[in-house]
Design a binder for this molecule. Structure first.
Ligand code: SF4
Length: 147
């Protein structure tokens, strides 16, 4: 990861999660699993974030929020869909108010399956996302664009 010269920061948004995946995201961030050991910190400000972690499925009420957060993030960035709801809508995909997974609204770089997604899988997804972020930085530096 030669182009990542700073600690990448995460912003976490609960689209319409049952809270199961969010508890696992918090477990990943806090001392038991401790994603901070990779220099990754949770921020509430999309303008400071490189990694967008989304849990839950997309619906009419949250799709503009997801897009708004994503649009405020500096480029390049990466998006990680956490849990099967974020991947495809999961068990709620047939519901009248569910449009599907996060990929319906914004480009997703890494999907982390599971219901709920395990902290080990979330950390694995974030590490994969860091590799993709590095490639995007490299492409940007070489003039090839990003995202
Ligand atoms: S994937 Fe499962 S645990 Fe996660 S938000 Fe959906 S229903 Fe809840």
């Amino acid at each position: 990861m030669s182009y990542l010269t700073k600690s990448p920061w995460i912003i976490h948004y609960d689209a319409s999660s049952c809270n199961g995946c969010d508890i696992e995201v918090l477990a990943s961030l806090t001392p038991l699993y401790d994603v901070e050991r990779f220099g990754i910190i949770n921020t509430g400000n999309p303008k400071h974030a490189d990694i967008f972690l989304v849990t839950g499925s997309v619906n009419e009420q949250n799709k503009e929020v997801i897009k708004n957060i994503y649009d405020q993030m500096p480029k390049p960035n990466v998006v990680v869909g956490v849990g099967i709801c974020a991947c495809s809508g999961g068990v709620f995909r047939e519901c009248y108010n569910v449009s599907g997974g996060v990929g319906e609204i914004i480009p997703v770089d890494v999907y982390v399956p599971g219901c709920s997604a395990k902290p080990e899988a979330i950390i694995d997804g974030v590490v994969k996302a860091l590799g993709i972020l590095d490639q995007k930085y490299k492409a940007l530096k070489e003039g090839g664009g990003s995202n």
